[in-house]
Structures are given as structure tokens and as C-alpha cells.
Design a protein around this ligand. Structure first.
Ligand SMILES: Nc1nc2c(ncn2[C@@H]2O[C@H](COP(=O)(O)OP(=O)(O)OP(=O)(O)O)[C@@H](O)[C@H]2O)c(=O)[nH]1
Length: 336
């Protein structure tokens, strides 16, 4: 991208008044292609599909217009079209930066006004740019707007480069954080994530009273399942169970794998609904086990008191209930 914009600018500065085809036609094609590539790069950054025709349409439109002598010889019209195409690409890039807010927390913010300002600058350019010094380069005159144009372009390129570096860095950091909080096998949160988010919810509950229930699930006879179906069979059983629970979660529920075959679900549903949810999961697992691998699960439920400020007490209570469920024959639910 940098190579294209440098080459485009260099070509643009080669105007001699004798032959302007390369500086006028090709330099602007390269600069517009550079904007198209920037849009594509931001699409890739946000994990969205890149459309090659969009990347190339700016340079192609420019080339087609330049084939008309009336357009080619009108500096005003050329300024209007390059400005319009540049603004269009920059607005598309701004839209991609807006999409980046789903993946980033901080660094996309400065890029948004910067990119939007750049688009507005090019939308306004045709009203202020008299075409100097291009028209009178040979005579050595210079336009005030030309200096602003160059200054804005340099400022935009430098600021955007730093912001994009910061965006890449932030995404890397968030990726590491996400990896440290999720279970690689099942994709659900791990114990650390559960304790972090769970404690946060318990603290929130102290100020705003809402129901909070903890369900501890433990797959039954998992050692035997591993022995019978192999470790790979055990792994896919764990994934199957997580998918089953995930399909019955509500937005606010926190679900995580907190041990080998032990899972925790913190829910803000009322007590009777939490019991129904646990019972439903237990029933569905016993009825629909995957690949003919019979599976059952035991669960212990605990209900949070308003004065609690950490999840550990709730975990101990649910663990006692789970122990009772195991002792009473497994494939059942006990309340604390
Ligand atoms: N396949 C697989 N097995 C695991 C994983 N993590 C832990 N396990 C196995 O889970 C089994 C747990 O065994 P136990 O703690 O004895 O529990 P259990 O056999 O389910 O017995 P109960 O809890 O009393 O029903 C062990 O054999 C572990 O090796 C994993 O990621 N994948």
C-alpha cells in the first residue's frame, strides 16, 4: 500500500506540461488503488470478505473517464472525480473501522474521526482547490490550498499508520487475554474466567437485588467412559455436553468448564427456572447421548444470599449438593 502511494505521488510530481499521461492518469490510478487496498486491509482486519471489484473500481472508473478528451483536459473535472473517489473509499474505510468496535475496545476510536475528517476534506476539496500548482507548475506559482492538501495527506498517513499499529497491538493483547480465559477443547470459559465474571456478578448483585443461582455439573463415570471409548471419545463427549448447555443458556448466564469433567453455570433466573434448566439438561443428556456413548450428569444447585460478596461460598454449597447427588446414585440433581 505504501509502495503504491509513494509511486503514485512520485509519478504525480513528474508533470512537465509536455506529456501528462503518466503523472495524471497512472499516478491517480495508483493512489486510488492504494485507497482500495486500505479498504481491503481493514475488511480483512475485521474478518470480513474482500470484494476485488470494489478494490479496483476506483482506478478503473478514473481510467475510463480519462479516455474522454473533454474530461482529461478539464482540471476542474479531474479534481472533482479524484476527490469524490477518494472520499468514497475513505468513507468505506470509516465504515470498516466502525465494525472494528466489536473486536477492539480503545484503539479504533481515534481512527474513526480521523478517517471521517479525511473523507470530508476530500468532499470539500473541489470547492477550494483551484488546481494550482499543477496548472502553473512550470511558472513556479504555488497555491495555498496545495500546501494544505499535502499537509493533510502527510498528517493523515502518519496518524493512521500509528493508529493501525495500535489496533494490531490491541487485537493481539485481546487475543492473548481471550485465550487465557477460555477452554481450548470446548471453547467455553475456563475456571479463571468463571471466577472473574462470577465474582463481578455477585458484587453487582449486592447493589441491585436480582436472583442468582449456581449449578455445578459433573459428568458421571467419566473415567469409565474414557476407558471404554478412548480419550478422543471422552473429548467429544465433553464438547457435546457443552453444546447442549450452551443451547439452553440465556444472555446473562455464565457457563464455564471449571475442572476436567466439571462445569459451572451461574444464572440470574429465578430459583424454580434454574432448577428446571438443570433438570432439562440432565434429562436431555441421558436421552440424547452422542454417537451411542451413553452419558449422564449429576448437578448441585446453590442459591446466592444478597449479602455475599464472593462466589467461593456459593461454590462450596453447590459442591456439597453435588456430592449428595453423586452419593445418592448419580444422574440426579440436589439442592443445597
Ligand atoms: N477425555 C478427557 N478426559 C478427561 C479430561 N479431563 C479429565 N478427564 C478424565 O475425567 C476422569 C474423571 O474421573 P473421576 O474424577 O474419577 O470421575 P468419574 O469417573 O466421572 O466418577 P464420578 O465423578 O464419581 O462419576 C479422569 O479419568 C480424567 O482423566 C479431558 O479433557 N478429556
Amino acid at each position: 500500500m505504501l509502495a503504491f502511494s509513494t509511486a503514485g505521488t512520485l509519478l504525480s510530481s513528474m508533470r512537465s506540461g509536455v506529456s501528462e499521461i503518466i503523472p495524471v492518469v497512472f499516478s491517480n490510478m495508483m493512489i486510488l488503488l492504494c485507497y482500495g487496498i486500505m479498504w481491503a486491509a481493514l475488511r480483512m482486519f475485521t474478518g470480513r470478505r474482500v470484494f476485488l471489484p470494489v478494490v479496483c473500481s476506483g482506478p478503473v472508473i478514473w481510467l475510463l473517464f480519462c479516455l474522454y478528451p473533454a474530461f482529461y483536459h478539464s482540471l476542474e473535472q479531474r479534481i472533482f472525480l479524484t476527490s469524490l473517489l477518494t472520499a468514497a473509499y475513505t468513507l468505506l474505510a470509516t465504515l470498516e473501522l466502525w465494525h472494528a468496535r466489536r473486536q477492539l475496545h480503545v484503539t479504533y476510536w481515534p481512527a474513526l474521526p480521523l478517517s471521517f475528517f479525511h473523507a470530508c476534506f476530500y468532499l470539500a476539496r473541489p470547492f477550494f482547490d483551484d488546481g494550482l500548482p499543477y496548472a502553473e507548475m512550470a511558472g513556479g506559482h504555488s497555491s495555498g490550498f496545495f500546501a494544505i492538501l499535502i499537509f493533510e495527506a502527510i498528517l493523515y498517513a502518519i496518524c493512521l499508520s500509528f493508529i493501525i499499529l495500535a489496533m494490531v497491538y490491541e487485537r493481539g493483547q485481546l487475543g492473548y487475554k481471550q485465550a487465557s480465559l477460555s477452554d481450548p477443547l470446548t471453547g467455553v470459559g475456563n475456571r479463571r474466567a468463571f471466577l472473574e465474571r462470577g465474582n463481578e456478578l455477585v458484587r453487582k448483585r449486592k447493589n441491585n437485588d436480582f436472583p442468582l443461582q449456581l449449578i455445578l455439573f459433573d459428568l458421571d463415570n467419566f473415567k469409565r467412559l474414557n476407558d471404554q471409548y478412548g480419550h478422543a471419545g471422552g473429548d467429544s463427549a465433553l464438547v457435546f455436553f457443552c453444546n447442549l448447555v450452551n443451547s439452553s443458556l440465556e444472555k446473562k448466564d455464565i457457563f464455564a468448564r471449571i475442572g476436567g469433567e466439571e462445569f459451572a453455570c451461574l444464572t440470574t433466573r429465578p430459583r424454580d427456572q434454574a432448577i428446571r434448566m438443570a433438570e432439562n439438561i440432565r434429562f436431555q443428556l441421558a436421552e440424547n447421548s452422542q454417537h451411542n456413548i451413553p452419558m449422564t450428569v449429576s448437578a448441585g444447585l446453590a442459591f446466592s444470599e444478597p449479602d455475599q460478596d464472593s462466589i467461593s461460598h456459593l461454590l462450596i454449597q453447590a459442591d456439597h449438593a453435588l456430592y449428595r447427588a453423586k452419593s445418592a446414585g448419580k444422574n440426579r440433581i440436589e439442592l443445597s
